[in-house]
Design a protein around this ligand. Structure first.
Ligand code: BDR
Ligand code: CA
Length: 316
């Protein structure tokens, strides 16, 4: 039986791979997508999403443009050094006929949750502005949504945009704090796990060898992404942030260590701004306590995710 999924994203090269994961995974009913500014502006992210979905055989999925600006500050440019000015490594995709819905991203999230009460799988892989705005529209959202998986934060790992902060949380710390403390059934896929799962040049070559329009486009985007990560890893490769969160959301990646603990976000203007502060003090007792209302914080996953992802994207 198909399970309903709603994706909130800032498409983005690794977002594109997450969309690919959802499109290629049996049993996933992608009922809608909303975009938010992050890697690029929300409108550009929607264009990329529509074009990718059409290439992946899902031109029917409604895509809604969400927040351009963040809760307490304006969007001031994306991450062209990581994802390119157009968000997808300057690759030009065939333009899809579909246009964004006229609905706001936050309203689209609320509508999807109301249409599938208690069953919707929500996946957020960009800044959390749309989710925070959706909470304002519908305070019962945490009860209406089934499982909620986010790519964001770092519990023990260092940050990727500051010493402590991960990009999705850092873009809108107030929204992230609102979401982490709202009472969702929430799983956090942060840098603790994502930084350990990478595509190498061999994976990219295998995608090129598959030779479909989708695998070729993703391989071309990855060339750009690899150049950025080469500065951190000393070789061309790419961290699989967003597709890993998608795979956890669809239940295909097991969390080996994932305590359920309180998480708050530093949304002050101090040096810790954007830090996800997870209460991991039970580590010395093997995390026996599950805190009511806490977040499931992924610290380790099992298996070879890069191999699984390559196989999945090769179906597209
Ligand atoms: C996150 O930030 C974005 O650049 C990526 O798409 C991912 O969602 C990683 O920190
Ligand atoms: Ca993203």
């Amino acid at each position: 039986m198909n399970a309903p999924f709603f994706l909130d994203c800032d498409t983005g090269i690794d977002d594109a791979m997450a969309i690919g994961w959802l499109a290629a995974t049996p049993g996933v009913d992608l009922v809608g997508v909303s975009t938010v500014s992050g890697n690029l502006d929300a409108a550009g992210g929607a264009r990329n999403t529509l074009d990718l979905l059409a290439m992946m055989g899902r031109p029917d999925v409604p895509v809604s443009v969400g927040a351009h600006d963040f809760l307490d500050h304006a969007y001031s440019g994306g991450a062209p050094e990581v994802h390119g000015v157009n968000g997808i490594g300057e690759v030009t995709l065939p333009r899809a006929a579909a246009e964004p819905t006229g609905t706001s991203g936050a309203q689209a999230i609320v509508d999807a949750a109301r249409a599938h009460p208690g069953e919707l799988n929500l996946l957020a892989i960009g800044p959390f502005t749309n989710i925070a705005l959706a909470l304002e529209l519908e305070p019962r959202l945490p009860e209406l949504v089934g499982r909620f998986t986010v790519m964001g934060g770092a519990a023990m790992a260092p940050g990727n945009v500051s010493e402590l902060a991960e990009a999705n949380v850092a873009n809108d710390p107030l929204a992230a704090h609102t979401v982490f403390t709202a009472g969702f059934d929430l799983t956090m896929i942060g840098l603790d796990v994502t930084m350990k799962h990478v595509f190498e040049e061999s994976h990219r070559q295998e995608l090129l060898a598959v030779g479909t329009p989708v695998t070729t486009a993703i391989a071309q985007m990855l060339e750009y992404y690899y150049a950025f990560y080469a500065q951190r890893y000393g070789r061309p490769c790419a961290v699989l942030h967003d597709p890993l969160a998608a795979a956890v959301a669809t239940g295909e990646v097991e969390l080996a260590v994932a305590p359920t603990v309180p998480v708050v976000v530093d949304h002050t203007d101090g040096p810790g701004r954007g830090q996800t502060i997870a209460d991991l003090r039970d580590v010395y007792q093997g995390f026996p306590t599950v805190y009511p209302g806490g977040t499931r914080v992924a610290l380790e996953i099992s298996g070879d995710f890069a191999g699984t992802l390559l196989e999945r994207l090769s179906r597209l």
